[in-house]
Every structure is written in structure tokens, then in C-alpha cells.
Ligand binder design. Structure first.
Ligand SMILES: [Zn+2]
Length: 369
């Protein structure tokens, strides 16, 4: 990490290297924007205004590439947010200028982007349950420009400090791909040592870190995936890989037969994956759901829930505190970010293609430096 002192002493033009300074303190950014929801990415340059009150200007170093970005671009989160828009919420960068009300000392700080544009004032925000904000203004990369560009202005409250010594590319996995599993394992499920846990979609960006996180909590983990090429990585993450291409043929380890999993964490959200989870949960087990589609539902019988004392747990992103906690887990080596495809800006579409094929292990990332 650069010494903030030395940065503040350097000239403003050094701070925004990669783009000339504009009148009024803004910069020219380069990168990708969409001009229609569900429209294509367009390579271009645009002016980024100086940060307003409560905002910071960030020189983006790297940005994570995952399915959520594709879903956002398609308009799944909102198809009415103003355009054009720079996608990408898992951004890592350095603050190069601050707006009114933000401490000048933050210039030079390495930061992680927080996905949700929370109000900071509602009961949930005040209680630290950020993702439950009841006055949500939208999402980074949907209602504010994100990390698919060299520079962006975001609310200072969405720029969380990154501990020193973490590689910026690996750090792109922290604010969502790692912090979401922490929220699930710690806050939503409260996993305990020796719990048996099934992760469905274990080779994906959230999945591979979910396997690691559940194992870190002391759980015994099975990682289901349809791609055998990801099995070695699932094993390294601490899980037993199991092929789930055909649900009737999925076999859990023989010593699990007596009780079944205490938790199924479903990252697929298909009618089959949800049904399989409900059918296989242990007495008192919990189904955690993170992936949803507008038209997808599963029938739940209250009798089944009561007799087997099942729990159904929705999980929505993560809190800012959990993002910071996730960064510490990475800094201390207890969680290893899996970012398997790192590209320069002209390679973004190739990572998108791998995501659509389902062949990307863990996360992808684009590097702007
Ligand atoms: Zn709020």
C-alpha cells in the first residue's frame, strides 16, 4: 500500500494517472458502459465529475467478474435505473479525491466497494444489518457507476478500507464472493463445528468460497457441481466434490446416510435443487437460499416443516462489518480468494463467455492498472 502522506504531497495529476484532469477536478475515465439494460458493453471514454458531498473519486485497480454482474447488466436488479451505466460492483481501488464532508486523510486509502447503496439512517442500517436497509437507493454498478472503468465516484460510505498486503486482484473476491459466504455461515445459519453442510453450485464464485468458509467454521462439507473440472479446487477448498448433473443420482457420503445435512446452501435456485435439498435435510436442518429467479418457486408442506422441524433461510448479500471481517480472514490466510481468470479490459467478454458456459472456476477479474 502506498503511503498516504506521499500521495497527498504529489500533484493532483499524478493521483489520477491514466486520465487527464478535467476542469473542476474531474477526470476522463476509460472502460465499458452499457446504454441499454440487456444491451452490449461499449468501450469508450467519459468524463467523471469531481466527487460531491459525501463522495469519493476512486482510481479502480481491479474489479471482480461474476454472474451477479451479468444479471445486473441484464436488468435483473433494475431495468429503470438511469443510463449509461458502468457495471461492476466488486471494485478495488485507491481514493484519489474526496468531496465535502469527507476527511482529506482518506486520499490514498485502498478501498473495497460495498455493493448496496444503503441509507445509513434506517433502523437496520443503525443496527449494522446493512443489507436489510429499508431505504435502499440501489446497487453499485446499477444505480451508481462501478468498476468496469478506470475511475468512478461512489459514496464514501461504500468505500470500505482494505487491509495492507492484500493483492488487489485477489481482494476483488472479498466484498461479495467471500463476505456473502461469511454472512450465510455466521449470521444466517450459525454453523457449528461438525455440522454437515451441502453447497450446491460449489465451483462458482460464491460457491468455492462458501465451501472454504463452511470448512473454516468446522463443518464437514460436500460440494455439488455439474463440472468435474472444478472438483480438484472443491477438494482443496475443504469439500468433498460430488457430481450433480442428475439429481436422482447424487450420492452423499455413506456415513451421512444416518442423518443427512444440517444445512443445504443452494446457489442454483432451480426447482430441482431446492426440492433435492428439502428432501435430504436432516431433522432440524436448514435450507439457505441465495439465488432467485422471478418465475421460480417450490412447494413447501407445513406438515413436512413441522414434523421435521425444518428452517428456510433467505440470505441477502452481507453487512459492511462482515466485509471488513472477510478482509481480515484473507489477510490472515484463513480464506484464500479463488480468482481463476484475470484479464486486461479487452478480455472482459471472454470471462463473461466462460460464466455463461458455467466453466469459470471461482471468480474472474479485470485489471485496470
Ligand atoms: Zn438504511
Amino acid at each position: 500500500m502506498q503511503d498516504p502522506q506521499s500521495i497527498q504531497q504529489s500533484g493532483a495529476s499524478d493521483l489520477v494517472s491514466g486520465g487527464p484532469t478535467l476542469a473542476g477536478g474531474g477526470v476522463m475515465a476509460r472502460g465499458y458502459r452499457i446504454h441499454a439494460w440487456d444491451g452490449p458493453l461499449q468501450a469508450e471514454e467519459w468524463g467523471v465529475a469531481a466527487p460531491g458531498p459525501g463522495e469519493v473519486l476512486v482510481r479502480v485497480e481491479a474489479c471482480g467478474i461474476g454472474l451477479t454482474v451479468l444479471n445486473s447488466m441484464r436488468g435483473d436488479l433494475s431495468n429503470t435505473a438511469p443510463l449509461p451505466r458502468v457495471p461492476g460492483h466488486e471494485l478495488v481501488g485507491t481514493i484519489v479525491a474526496v468531496g465535502a464532508g469527507i476527511a482529506a486523510e482518506r486520499v490514498g486509502q485502498r478501498i473495497l466497494g460495498y455493493f448496496y447503496l444503503t441509507c445509513g439512517a434506517c433502523l437496520a442500517c443503525r443496527a449494522g444489518r446493512d443489507a436489510q436497509c429499508t431505504n435502499l437507493a440501489g446497487w453499485l454498478g446499477v444505480h451508481r457507476d462501478g468498476g468496469y472503468g478506470s475511475h468512478t465516484v461512489i459514496p464514501a460510505a461504500n468505500a470500505l478500507p482494505l487491509p495492507a498486503g492484500i493483492d488487489p486482484v485477489l481482494a476483488t473476491a472479498i466484498p461479495d464472493a467471500i463476505a456473502t459466504p461469511l454472512h450465510v455461515c455466521q449470521t444466517r445459519l450459525g454453523l457449528r463445528p461438525n455440522d454437515r453442510v451441502v453447497v450446491i453450485g460449489a465451483g462458482g464464485g460464491v460457491g468455492i468460497h462458501m465451501v472454504q468458509m463452511a470448512a473454516l467454521f468446522g463443518a464437514s462439507v460436500c460440494g455439488l457441481d455439474i463440472d468435474e473440472a472444478k472438483f480438484e479446487a472443491i477438494q482443496r477448498a475443504g469439500g468433498t466434490p460430488i457430481l450433480s448433473r442428475s439429481w436422482p443420482d447424487v450420492r452423499l457420503p455413506p456415513d451421512w446416510n444416518e442423518a443427512g445435512p444440517a444445512a443445504c446452501i443452494d446457489l442454483i435456485g432451480s426447482a430441482d435443487s431446492l426440492r433435492w435439498s428439502i428432501d435430504h435435510l436432516a431433522m432440524g436442518g436448514a435450507l439457505a437460499m441465495l439465488t432467485t429467479f422471478r418465475d421460480r418457486a417450490v412447494l413447501i408442506s407445513p406438515r413436512e416443516m413441522v414434523f421435521r422441524e425444518l428452517r428456510f433461510v433467505g440470505s441477502r448479500y452481507t453487512s459492511k462489518a462482515e466485509v471488513l471481517q472477510s478482509a481480515e480472514l484473507v489477510a490472515s490466510g484463513r480464506i484464500t480468494p479463488i480468482v481463476s481468470q484475470v484479464v486486461t479490459p479487452d478480455g472482459i467478454e471472454s470471462v463473461h463467455a466462460a460464466l455463461r458456459r458455467g466453466t469459470l472456476l471461482g471468480r474472474g477479474a479485470v485489471v485496470w492498472a
